[in-house]
Design a protein around this ligand. Structure first.
Ligand code: CLF
Ligand code: SF4
Length: 496
């Protein structure tokens, strides 16, 4: 069956492709059936699934019970969202209607998450009313929640009643001394508790909540915000501790800190990590833990595939006019999910066979190379360079191709041509790709072509509609054959 297309980017081929990293296909194969069933269509828990399945958030939880130094209460909870983003708060009733409207119109939407704009468990009535109704009225949607963990132990019983299989806890430290540098206070038993004492309570609650969730068979992902000079040296320890307690996935996210966000860190000039620092930390943790590298730090009202936002299509006035027959939609969704799953399974098998063949045939002794890819999903190269909102970064090496991260891009085609900082949008985009040696897209125009070449990045539009990993490996082999990869000293990564 022809799989539905998620957006207007060109996708003439119906196909799927698995890519490595995060929860890889090998890990998928070795998972028990009960866990595989929980992650295979969750776009955050499976890197593979994020090419095909979408998620949405409903912003029903305005209050919070702690203060993080990277948060300004004007904005959404930064534990999952980019700072500087504000969501409109919905009532549980509005949230249920919106969820059903999205699930009907975007059948690939498999997961409903509550991630703010404050802490979902600091708003238990609104959060659980939304979950309770959705578990009854839309039982085919996976329910997911993200919390700072302070109120978690008291909520585990209730969470387990509502078919919630996935919980994210933001754990930035397991040492209260470090915690005091991140959390100035918590609100606990009707009192504000400051410094090390408050951080100690928070850490204890997070760890207790984690253990209780694991005991209930609920999958736990741990988010950590990487704050250079504060917890960067400590997060490998956090990874070990949470893995030992049974967390499934660790998502180390970069601190995003700007003075205009009005946060403590922003005003104090605390910087976020460079892409290299983030990758080095993720790599160092990955020996012990499954690492998530495809997080987009979505907003608390995000709708669509990770990295895209279709929230405007589902504003309250628009959904009021929609005629929703959810039982009929559920039938249709079931068929589509089944078709996607079958394609994913067959592509996963095809890919591991091909990867083994490529590796055996390549016998390369060349250095690794970073490449940027423009894609709108389904695992293929299908976006024009000038239309790309983001690029996925892959590393090719004699060991194969692995997904590394994503980098944001401003669209210069059809958008503003200046970023207002004396630099054109195109220049900013090219700078965002620093460290990459090739960019693979469906097409690229003359002007960016020249600018990319001048920046040492080879533009390549020859693999349009091909599967990402095959195309990346093909380009890598061409580079090797042309003798471009013999310079072992060449820096393969650079900060964007
Ligand atoms: Fe939302 Fe979070 Fe559930 Fe995903 S997001 S509550 S686990 S459904 Fe995903 Fe978005 Fe990253 Fe969160 S990409 S910010 S990890
Ligand atoms: Fe802000 Fe989220 Fe921290 Fe609360 S938990 S202070 S909303 S970042």
């Amino acid at each position: 069956m022809q799989l539905p297309v998620l957006n207007d980017a060109p996708t003439s081929k119906s196909g799927c492709e698995a890519s490595s990293c995060g929860t890889t296909e090998n890990q998928m194969d070795s998972l028990p059936d009960s866990i595989r069933e929980k992650v295979q269509n969750h776009p955050c828990y499976s890197e593979d699934a994020h090419h095909y399945f979408a998620r949405m958030h409903v912003a029903v939880a305005p209050a919070c019970n702690i203060q993080c130094h990277y948060c300004n209460r004007k904005y959404d909870c930064s534990n999952e969202s980019r700072p500087g983003v504000v969501s409109e708060v919905l009532t549980p009733d509005q949230a249920v209607k919106k969820t059903m409207a999205v699930a009907t119109n975007i059948p690939q939407m498999t997961v409903l998450g509550i991630a703010g704009p404050g802490d979902p468990l600091a708003n238990p009535e609104r959060t659980f009313e939304t979950f309770r109704r959705l578990s009854l009225e839309a039982p085919d949607i996976k329910l997911c929640v993200s919390t700072n963990g302070l109120a978690l132990p008291d909520a585990v019983e209730e969470l387990s009643k509502h078919n919630i299989d996935h919980v994210t806890i933001t754990i930035n430290c397991v040492d209260p001394e470090i915690g005091a540098k991140i959390y100035p206070w918590i609100f606990w038993n009707n009192k504000r508790i400051k410094g090390v004492k408050g951080a100690k309570i928070l850490i204890e609650q997070q760890q207790k909540g984690l253990e209780m969730l694991i005991a209930k068979g609920i999958l736990v992902k741990v988010n950590s915000v990487m704050i250079p000079g504060v917890n960067d040296q400590h997060l490998a320890e956090v990874s070990k501790v949470v893995k030992a307690k049974g967390a499934f996935l660790h998502n180390v996210m970069p601190l995003i800190s700007e003075p205009e966000h009005g946060t403590f860190y922003g005003v104090m000039g605390q910087r976020g990590p460079t892409p290299d620092e983030l990758q080095d930390l993720q790599d160092s943790c990955s020996g012990d833990m499954n690492m998530m590298r495809h997080c987009r730090q979505c907003r608390a009202d995000a709708v669509g595939m990770l990295g895209e936002d279709r929230g405007d299509e589902f504003s309250l006035d628009k959904i009021a006019d929609m005629d929703i027959d959810y039982p009929a939609a559920m039938e249709k969704r079931k068929v589509i999910h089944q078709a996607i799953q079958e394609e994913m399974d067959s592509k996963r098998l095809e890919k591991s066979t091909k990867a083994a063949q490529l590796k055996a045939a390549a016998k390369l002794t060349t250095r690794p190379v970073l490449m940027a890819v423009a894609t709108s999903g389904q695992g293929v190269i299908n976006v024009h360079f000038g239309h790309a909102k983001e690029f996925l970064i892959y590393e090719a090496s004699p060991d194969g191709v692995r997904f590394i991260s994503h980098r944001k891009a401003d669209q210069y085609c059809g958008g503003d041509t200046s970023c207002g900082d004396g630099e054109s949008v195109l220049q900013v985009t090219v700078r965002a790709l620093a460290g990459c040696e090739a960019v693979l897209c469906s097409k690229v125009g003359y002007e960016p072509w020249e600018m990319l070449e001048n920046a040492g990045i080879m533009p390549n539009g020859e693999h349009a509609m091909e599967f990402i990993e095959e195309a990346v490996m093909a380009v890598y082999k061409e580079m090797a054959a042309a003798g471009k990869l013999d310079d072992k000293q060449k820096a393969v990564r650079a900060s964007a």
